[in-house]
Design a binder for this molecule. Structure first.
Ligand code: ADP
Ligand code: ZN
Ligand code: ZN
Length: 700
């Protein structure tokens, strides 16, 4: 409705109170939008407002005395949504910080953080919207369905655990604790104690984990141990796999304060928690904490910021902390507590490197690994074969002419998959393209097409030939596609109905397998020479994680790593479970060449139909500072590297290139990025290029 249409919108006589509100909307514009409200509306309130021809849900972020536009052009608010309390001030601060730091419009941070029902106009207006989503939820809601918690036994803390828990409990105000504990050292027990103390003080606890579906044990422990204090509904769970209604319910119960503990994945960092008193980030090094599209935030980093802003403690736990966090502890910014021994009376598993260079391998298995598997089977123990590659074989190859199976839409091979509903087929793991397996070579007609390399399916097949009487299970993204199937497979492993388990990194995280004695690692070298400078750090963390599944309850646990490069630092450090040694070495290396954490980075990625357009955009972006020395006054402290194509240049027919920005000075980089991101939008529109700017990228 335009101002002229409506008599009530004529300029008010002087003296009449006007209620201007400034609203953040989920639109890709670096702007806020002013509207006129019929009465006073607190900051943090959600409103429905007209925007162009649409209506949108927005959040009131300020109450200006004078609107930014001519008052006659300002439209009326359509509806004030008061079915939830206004978003609290600390939530608004968190969102504002994230918007500033990650260079996104405020509305593109705030609105996507809300559960879908709270940001959809259709949830409030139109058919079947009567009462709004919150009222409908409340009226539907039955009495608690959560089973009453049956407290499980609470072990007495060992001295290391007690020291860590004591130190966290003694924190007054804000402090970041880095809990470095080897796998099986009982970090969970420390978290539980810290959480319990916070709950007893009447505070809420935010407990972040990388992946919820993979850690049902943790949820069970939290329920059993902590909900006794505040009732079965005091635990809320939040992750991206929830249905809209479930997500809304978790959000509302945590915002109302009826839920006291929030267990969640990265998106839970944006939950409004009025009584938040403690944040725990388990497996803080895990890359799942980094959102990979839209607002590319690090939930771990935001957790530290939020804790500082609220003046409360935060605990970062890991057996292989990120070098960033380790460096903070070295410099005294974080307090470090170490759990050096396993909590139960078992040793860390013995790590053995099998040099595969001169061995007669059988389908990727060394004789040593085969023997060791046989021994564990005889002893009635479980073994895990870890290979981080799903499918049957990474590529199909023609022996006569050298043809390989390529994705027509990507610069990538298609992976051979066996069996299942679609029978054998080729699949692109980048874009999802699928094709039949050709009967003969498309180039030369030869019928002798061979799978090259191996993935989980082929390993599973070979294990079945080697150990015909063993019960074998495979856990990867393919075998767990159906809802509940991952839980069912893990349950089988826990129930002892599996002798040999083949899996990708899905099995590496967090699981406490009672009867697992041996872990065999295939194909670790593939990650060793990846181009990314964080590849060794990631490989070390992954191998420590998966190694940590061995011998948690049985004695004599062992890890066998097959490699062509046993002398590499990563493997040598693994032999001794020497994370601190590896971290010191890695940090020294990073320092010598000025890489993070000794420098700060941002990555501008461009996408276009043609690589040349993407590269041209980046080249232009690189010259922007020279055109505006005033706007880019910190540019001299910032290095802009040459634009380069991505390693996998084309995905789904889109070609990609990137430009790395780096500075030893974070504020200088931030100032640069703020000016840069303002200018990039119009440049991209002119050149018809899509782009994204990522701050603190994890992969370059
Ligand atoms: P982490 O998370 O550090 O890898 P967990 O928290 O899973 O280790 O603990 C490993 C195992 O040790 C679990 O089975 C846990 O119940 C047990 N545990 C933890 N603390 C103690 C303790 N103080 N005494 C005995 N067992 C413990
Ligand atoms: Zn051929
Ligand atoms: Zn593809």
């Amino acid at each position: 409705m335009s101002v002229a249409d409506s008599p009530s919108n004529s300029i008010a006589p002087t003296g009449e109170t006007k209620f201007w509100i400034r609203v953040a909307l989920d639109v890709p514009l670096q702007a806020l939008f002013d509207y006129r409200a019929g009465g006073s509306v607190p900051v943090g309130t959600r409103v429905i407002v007209p925007f162009g021809r649409r209506k949108l849900v927005g959040i009131v972020v300020a109450l200006p005395n004078v609107p930014a536009l001519d008052p006659r052009q300002i439209k009326d608010v359509d509806q004030v949504l008061d079915d939830t309390p206004p978003m609290p001030a600390d939530w608004l601060r968190l969102a504002s910080f994230a918007a500033r730091y990650y260079q996104r419009p405020l509305g593109e941070v705030m609105l996507p953080a809300l559960p879908p029902s709270l940001r959809k106009v259709t949830a409030y207006q139109g058919k079947r919207s009567a009462g709004g989503p919150v009222q409908r939820m409340d009226s539907r809601r039955k009495k608690s369905v959560a089973a009453p918690a049956h407290p499980d036994t609470q072990p007495e803390l060992n001295p290391e655990q007690a020291a860590a828990a004591g130190a966290i409990g003694a924190v007054q105000g804000h402090k970041t604790t880095l809990l470095y504990g080897v796998t099986g050292s009982g970090k969970t027990e420390v978290y539980l104690h810290a959480a319990q103390a916070a709950l007893e003080r009447g505070q809420q606890v935010l407990f972040l984990v990388p992946e919820i579906n993979l850690t049902p044990q943790l949820e069970a422990s939290l329920r059993a141990r902590l909900t006794g204090l505040a009732g079965p509904d005091s635990l809320a769970v939040m992750h991206s796999g929830l249905a809209d209604g479930e997500r809304l319910q978790a959000w509302i119960s945590i915002q109302r304060g009826t839920a006291r503990i929030l267990l969640g994945t990265r998106l839970a960092i944006f939950a409004p928690m009025p009584d938040l008193g403690l944040i725990i980030v388990d497996e803080e090094h895990d890359t799942s904490y980094k959102q990979q599209d839209g607002l590319r935030y690090s939930a771990r980093d935001l957790a530290v910021w939020r804790a500082r802003d609220r003046n409360i403690p935060v605990v970062l736990g890991s057996a292989t902390p990120s070098l960033e966090s380790w460096n903070h502890a070295d410099r005294g910014h974080y307090q470090r507590h170490t759990l050096a021994r396993r909590a139960r009376d078992v040793e860390l598993p013995k790590v053995r490197l099998v040099d595969t260079r001169r061995l007669a391998m059988k389908e990727g298995f060394s004789p040593q690994l085969i023997t060791a598997l046989g021994e564990r089977l005889e002893r009635g123990e479980q073994s895990l074969i870890f290979i981080n590659r799903r499918g049957y074989a990474p590529v199909l190859n023609c022996a006569s002419c050298g043809w390989v199976s390529n994705c027509p839409r990507c610069t990538a091979y298609t992976v051979l998959h066996r069996g299942g509903a679609r029978h054998n087929h080729l699949q692109c793991h980048h874009c999802g393209y699928q094709a039949r397996v050709p009967r003969a070579c498309p180039d030369c007609g030869d019928q002798d097409l061979k799978p090259m390399g191996r993935g989980t399916q082929r390993v599973e097949e070979h294990l079945a030939e080697l150990f015909p009487s063993a019960r074998i299970a495979r856990i990867d993204a393919d075998s767990t596609r159906l809802k509940g199937s991952a839980a069912a497979l893990f349950a089988k492993v826990h129930a002892g109905e599996v002798d040999l388990l083949v899996g990708t990194q899905m099995v590496a995280k967090g699981h406490d397998f009672a009867n697992l004695g041996l872990v065999g690692v295939l194909n670790a070298d593939a990650m060793l020479f990846a181009q990314d400078f964080r590849a060794p750090e990631r490989l070390f963390a992954q191998l420590m994680q998966v190694a940590g599944r061995a011998g948690r309850h049985v004695t004599g646990g062992e890890v066998i790593i097959q490699t062509d490069y046993p002398e590499q630092a990563v493997y040598q450090a693994l032999l001794e479970h020497n994370y601190p040694g590896f971290a010191d070495y890695g940090l020294a290396e990073r320092k010598a060449v000025g890489l993070p954490p000794y420098a700060f980075q941002a990555l501008l990625t461009a996408e276009a139909r043609e690589l040349s357009a993407a590269l041209a955009f980046l080249a232009d972006a690189r010259t922007l500072p020279a055109q505006d020395p005033q706007g880019f006054h910190t540019a001299s402290a910032v290095t802009l590297y040459d634009p380069v194509p991505l390693r996998v240049v084309r995905v789904a027919n889109i070609e990609r290139a990137q430009l790395l920005v780096e500075s030893a000075n974070r504020p200088a980089l931030q100032a640069f990025l703020a000016a840069w991101s303002l200018a990039l939008g119009s440049l991209a529109r002119d050149l018809r290029v899509r782009y994204n700017l990522e701050v603190d990228p994890l992969e370059i």
